[in-house]
Ligand binder design. Sequence first.
Ligand code: 5RP
Length: 224
Amino acid sequence: MDKKKIAGDKAAEFVKDGMIVGLGTGSTAYHVVNAVGEMVKNGLKIKAVPTSKATEEQARALGIPLLTIDEVDYIDIDIDGVDEIDPQFNAIKGGGGALYREKVVADISKEVIWIMDESKLVDAIGTFPLAVEIAQYGYKQTMQKMTDFGLKPVLRIRDEKPYITDNGNFIADLQLGAGFDIADVAKKLTGMVGVLEHGLFLNTCKKIVVGTDNGAIIKENPAK
Ligand code: 5RP
């Protein structure tokens, strides 16, 4: 069976009646949204906050009752995918371009669970490019500032045009390489003019669910 589906199906078991649920974005989160949709069809009473327009569409088609981010004060459980995660639970997210909404949802969640196949587990993050959401206005200057800091930004292009996020912004993908100084890069990006948010999610999730050939493995974050 698809390892992403194994992880998504297992994580859906943590969703209980009455919860407000954050629904992540991407090819792994797709499976948890399907699993939650099935549970709703079978009588589960929840409300969900999607982290992207794509997830919103999928959830709506499945009949999952939705709330906007502005209609909630907190989220009980947020289940999302991840691009890379190290043994300290430092992660890169944003390969799907939804990092800002994903971070806002994670930030107000009592519990964050990430789902993945084994390919996402790494000794050191940074091989996968770090997505940074930047304003269109002045993006060349923002990227120049990143270059001056040695962050190697590449403007994300889709269909020969700059990729545009659900929030109407561009994405700069930083080619940092495994073993980069996480705290230093986070510090440089936080508060940089033109940067809305970056895809470093540090000590955010409580547990991960990894789909393997032998079923799902759950690992708890000892620091949470
Ligand atoms: C989207 C994300 C995704 O969760 C991340 O890219 C993982 O995606 P996938 O499950 O398709 O590998 O952060 O912004």
